[in-house]
Each structure stands twice: as C-alpha cells, then as structure tokens.
Design a protein around this ligand. Sequence first.
Ligand code: GDP
Ligand code: MG
Length: 298
Amino acid sequence: MTDFRCGLVALVGKPNVGKSTILNRLVGQKVSITSRRPQTTRHRILGIKSDDSAQIVFVDTPGLHARQPRAMNRYLNRAAADSLRDVDVVVLVVEGTRWGEDDEWVLERLAGVSCPAIVAINKIDKVADKGALLPYLDALAGKREFAALIPVCARSGAQLDELEAQVRSLLPVAPALFPEDQVTDRSERFLAAELVREKLFRKLGEEIPYGLTVEIERFREEQGVLHIHALVWVDKSRHKAMVIGAKGQLLKAVGREARQDMETAFGHKVFLQIWVKVKEGWADDERALQSLGYRDEG
Ligand code: GDP
Ligand code: MG
C-alpha cells in the first residue's frame, strides 16, 4: 500500500489525567503486547494499533512522569528530550477546564519538541459548565502551537475517534515498524498480569517487595464473562501481608482497579480473582520459574 502511515506517538500529561485510560481505549482489543515487547532504540512500547492503513505505536516517555525538585530539572529535561526525540506526534492530555502547575511543568518539557502536538482535554463528562470549555480551549491554544485541541471523554470513549483521526493524519507515510501481531491469548494474559502489577506498584509505592511477580493462572471466557485468576507471588510471608493490606483493603482496591482496566482493554465483563502466594523453594517450582521468564519458548 502506497500511503500507509506509521509512527511513534507519546501520550504525555500529569498523573491521573487519563493517559492510560485513553491508551487502553485507543489500542483496545488490538493491543499487541507480547511477552517480549518490541523495543525501539530509545522507547518502551506501550501499545500498538495496526490496521490496513496505519500503525500507531504508543511509546513511554521517561522524564515526564513526575515533578521533581528543581535540582533534578536539567536531568529531567534531558530525559524528556531524549524520550521525545524520534517521536512523530505528541498528545498532551489535560483534564477538565483547569490548567495547573503540573500541566505547565509538562508543557515546559515539550518546549524543544519539534513534532506536531495535539491537546486532548479529557474528562469532559466532569465539566458541569460546558460554556467554560470554549474559553479554556482558547487559553490552551495560546500556550503553544497545537495541531488540534480535542475535548474527549476516555471513560465513555466520546470523541476518541476524532483524536485517533487527528493522530493518524499527522503520522508520516512509512511502512509498519512491527508485524501486525494477532491478539493472542498469551498477549492478553500478559496484559492482564501487567495491569495487576501496575496497580500493586502504584499502591505499594516504595514498599514494593523485591521479587514480586504476577502470573495469570486462568484466562477463560464463560457465558460472556472473562474469568481471570491472578497469582501474586512473593518471597516472604510478611510481603504477603503487605500485599493484602489491613483487612484486605489493598488487594481489594488493586482487584477493583485492575478489573476495570481489563474490562476496557478486553471489551468484556471481567470476573477477577487474585491470590497471594509465597514462593517457598521457588527454584523447584516450575510454575514460578515460568512466571519469572525462564520459560522454554519452544
Ligand atoms: P493516568 O495517570 O494519566 O494514566 O490516568 P488514568 O488513566 O490512570 O486515569 C486516572 C483516573 O481518571 C482513573 O480513575 C480513571 O478511571 C479516571 N478517568 C479517566 N478518564 C476519565 C474520563 O473521561 N472521565 C472521568 N470522569 N474519569 C476518567
Ligand atoms: Mg497511567
């Protein structure tokens, strides 16, 4: 095909604006995460959306995740610049109609970026006064040159097709970087494990036990519901207690949030159960070995 488009797209924005939700929605069922994620030289691939006319490769942007003390700024500017080099489109995600210091911080990191940028104004479902949206769009348009400003709602999916269309139109004409991976059971399992791991890491923060792994023991559709069993493996029983949390609250929250993300990603109702197990003598336990990646690839 002569006008096939392909390029790298970075979703940037302060924490909690909905970047992951947008990514899951856009990539959706077509998420082609494999057990060994493809790498470009500088980027970690978060998700790939391929079809007959384009391949959109979403990449992570180290250096743009958290505000840091001033002393770190020079380092972070360089990290951000590095991660944004070679990117073809930047999507700056903001929420509601309030521009904050953290948004400004992210915008500053985009100062030297020459590729086109789009603003996605997310969570418009939470904007009670829709009249406030227009002046906010004007204010945003004055901050930098943007190729487009698009109000979206990642939760309902509203306007995400418009966002995707804009992204596509800005991609260079180029052949696909990666094979159009089929959505395999294995890649979906892998994504399910990643989602549980992500929530655990978020909740445990600094306390994250070394050696924690997540394994999907069961991934099966029954009567329209995906039944997913996740095993969280830890090295020590006190780590088990940490993961479960007081009155089971931590694990419950992890399960709730992971399930919501899975339902978005898989487009299915999900019944998720999570168990925490201590890997005693794990070297003898083939299952634990597999979960740690010592798998016979066959
Ligand atoms: P990230 O930190 O930027 O990746 O943000 P997440 O994608 O994890 O989303 C943060 C929170 O915002 C989650 O609780 C989402 O469910 C919620 N969220 C995302 N998009 C929307 C939206 O369009 N409307 C509303 N009301 N909430 C949203
Ligand atoms: Mg996220």
